[in-house]
Design a protein around this ligand. Structure first.
Ligand code: MN
Length: 724
């Protein structure tokens, strides 16, 4: 039994102690069982640090029991979170051993890893399902954050590339998510750790400077706090007061954003007063005390107690002039508010009396995420998701009112259009003007806290591309983008219809490759854009079609007619002699100009000293020579050439995309191990033109490859070319 090992026995004791200290109720039996099970399941695995793998789930369990404590089920899930993914135990087994609740959470943790990885965000349907599991049980998210936190704390053991990749992902996705769920403490640590690995130099410099200023800061904060402490005691308020820790990454971000040196950012002192009380009014009493002692700076006062932030953050912020005329920012909050600020969703859940009841606040936490997932279109999902995260990450909020006096929260910088979409998408779609505080204003006016906003709508008004330049909320951006895309689709459809009617009337036929060539020659990047131009009335189809027809006629006339001539001449002049490659004594070789391959219609040309050169019947070179002296042409049959390889050339035309070269070569090579002789891709705007020469057995072989290439996404045409 593994627990006989004193090391593991101590780990289990530590975990149970932590749980008992932080959690409302603890099932020793369940936690011990999960502990032993995870220990056994991971017994053969090691971490990058060389430690037994089990230390990871153990530390994750320690984090969820101490740092974001919720309940013992979460601790059990943390212990088991990597078992299904990394070992041979499956979900059915887990249901039997630990029940449905635990299994569903563990399953959710495994799956949301994919969401966070971003590149797997390709199917909207999948996120919706995953999102539902997150919404259903917020513990999935807690375990996932604890997992990432431990991985970030131990990031030094992996290689540099991986460090950067994971740090970037953490900063872009996990930290904003943590912020959204109110996990303030986790968010700060994730950011600081990411910062350390992404910009070590800046990180170390800031850390060094903070250290050198610590003493000075502490003594100033003490001087500042003294009179406040006395008063709080007079009022019999129980409190905790401390210099608010400043996080390295937030200092760095402010330095960059405001383009100011470290000293200016850091010299704004900050303290936090946490009052041990159930009574919200004590916050205002404390505010009064602070303002009595020191002069408040107007405009710097924020009351998030009366109006919490969207992530349920509550606190009073005020800035006062301290001793020596230095500015000090003071945050005032109750113990519960503090816990919610640091532990967000976990604290909220704990304070909730009836855990099963539906919950408005919890809903507001997840609605934001639901919005993002539901509105993200398939193709742009990852991009949009990241954009929204960045948008929502550090956005401050303003509070504005509807004409009826209802409060709406919007990000700083919002305009009447954002407000309109916030009210309802229909209002957004038809908004034509706005009144702010009773006055008509332009739609791009920036709103301020306290504004009363009224939207004027008109049935005939529709979103406009220019709106994208000033709207700021995710909701309005997505709605407008969708509308613009839809409008564009309609124009494309209309253009396509005009085009199809036209060629039908003129009895013309266009294969997709004909069309691709035509649109390319007209300098359109894709047939879609060509249709769009038709739909918008930007091109004259009659002109285009006449020009193409003339070109086509010219092209086809020369070779085909000439060829008919020389073919008949050849036969009469040689008098029907059949030259067979197998016939001994006659030397033959294949012409380099047209590279015939078995199956091609061919004809021989008698050379001086090199025997018969075999050309394709369509070879332009051959046609030219035969114009001068057709007496040297001889009909030939394909010699037996099984097993031999012949060079053929293909030209490929299509939409340029990352990896297209790779896809083309993979398609060729993966068919019967076909060898490529050369490959060359030129790109212009969003198109590419490639030429490939490859070794084939015969014309069938080449035809199969052409077929496969044509099926590639974004490939318009694949054609054999004459000479290489
Ligand atoms: Mn893990």
């Amino acid at each position: 039994m593994a627990l006989e090992n004193p090391r593991y026995k101590k780990m289990l004791d530590d975990l149970l102690d932590a749980c008992k200290h932080h959690l409302p109720s603890v099932s020793d039996v369940m936690i011990t069982k999960a502990f032993e099970f995870a220990l056994e399941a991971h017994k053969n695995d090691l971490r990058a640090s060389g430690e037994p793998y089990f230390t990871h789930p153990f530390e994750v369990a320690m984090i969820v029991s101490q740092e974001i404590p919720l309940d013992d089920v979460t601790v059990v899930c943390a212990l088991l979170h990597d078992v299904v993914e990394d070992t041979d135990f499956n979900l059915d087994f887990m249901v039997k051993e630990f029940g449905k609740e635990v299994t569903e959470i563990v399953d959710g943790v495994t799956k949301i890893g994919g969401i966070f990885k971003g590149q797997e965000i390709t199917q909207a349907e999948n996120y919706r399902k995953l999102l539902l599991s997150m919404v259903k049980d917020v513990r999935v998210i807690l375990v996932k954050f604890a997992d990432r936190l431990h991985n970030m704390r131990t990031l030094e053991f992996v290689n540099q590339d991986k460090q950067r990749r994971i740090a970037q992902e953490t900063l872009e996705i996990y930290a904003p998510f943590a912020n959204r769920f109110g996990l303030g403490q986790v968010k700060w640590e994730l950011e600081d750790l990411s910062f350390k690995y992404l910009n070590r130099e800046a990180y170390e410099e800031i850390a060094r400077k903070i250290k050198s200023k610590r003493k000075e800061r502490e003594s100033y904060i003490n001087k500042f706090s003294e009179p406040i402490i006395q008063k709080l005691n007079d009022y019999n308020l129980k409190y905790e007061m401390n210099g608010r820790p400043k996080h390295l990454y937030s200092i760095y971000r402010k330095m960059v954003k405001r383009n100011k040196p470290f000293e200016e950012i850091y010299d704004l002192f900050a303290i936090r007063i946490i009052i041990d009380t159930e009574n919200t009014n004590d916050c205002y009493t404390t505010l009064g005390i602070v303002n009595q002692m020191y002069l408040p700076v107007p405009d710097r006062f924020k009351d998030y107690v009366s109006i919490p932030k969207t992530n349920n953050y509550q606190s009073i912020h005020t800035t006062v002039v301290g001793p020596e005329g230095r500015l000090v920012e003071v945050q005032i909050r109750t113990k519960k508010m503090h816990e919610v600020a640091e532990k967000g969703v976990a604290a909220h859940w704990r304070y909730k009396e009836n855990k099963a009841a539906s919950d408005k606040e919890l809903e507001s936490w997840v609605n934001w995420i639901r919005d993002i997932f539901e509105s993200a279109s398939k193709d742009d999902a990852r991009k949009e998701l990241l954009e929204s995260f960045k948008l929502n990450l550090y956005q401050d909020e303003i509070y504005v009112f509807t004409p009826k006096g209802d409060l709406r929260r919007l990000p700083v910088g919002s305009t009447p259009v954002d407000f309109a979409f916030e009210i309802h998408s229909k209002v957004g779609f038809h908004c034509i003007g706005a009144k702010v505080n009773g006055k008509i204003v332009p739609l791009d006016t920036v709103l301020h806290s306290g504004d009363q906003v009224e939207i004027i709508t008109s049935k005939n008004q529709h979103p406009n591309k220019n709106w994208m330049k000033f709207v700021v909320t995710h909701k309005s951006k997505t709605a407008i983008r969708k509308w613009i895309n839809k409008e564009e689709e309609d124009i494309i459809d209309a253009g396509k219809e005009i085009w199809e009617k036209k060629i039908k009337r003129l009895k013309l036929s266009f294969t997709p490759s004909d069309l691709a060539k035509l649109t390319l020659s007209l300098k359109f990047e894709s047939p879609k854009l060509f249709y769009k131009a038709i739909g918008q009335g930007k091109i004259n189809l009659d002109e285009v079609l006449t020009a193409t027809r003339e070109k086509e006629e010219k092209k086809e006339k020369i070779p085909s007619l000439e060829f008919d001539n020389f073919a008949s001449i050849a036969r009469t002049d040689i008098g029907g002699v059949l030259v067979d490659g197998k016939n001994a004594g006659i030397m033959y070789s294949y012409a380099k100009c047209c590279n015939p391959i078995p199956g091609d219609p061919v004809i021989g040309y008698i050379t001086v000293g090199e025997g018969i050169k075999i050309h394709r019947k369509t070879c332009i070179n051959l046609i030219r020579i035969s114009e001068k002296d057709s007496s040297k042409l001889v009909p030939v049959q394909w010699p037996e050439a099984e097993g031999s390889l012949f060079v053929a050339g293909l030209s490929i035309l299509g939409e340029d995309s990352a990896g297209i070269l790779n896809e083309i070569s993979h398609t060729i090579v993966s068919y019967q191990n076909t060898n490529i002789k050369s490959i060359n891709i030129n790109t212009t705007d969003s198109m590419f033109e490639g030429s490939v020469t490859l070794y084939v057995h015969n014309i069938e072989h080449l035809a199969r490859i052409i077929e496969r290439l044509k099926k590639l996404k974004g490939v318009y045409t694949v054609e054999r070319f004459e000479s290489s």
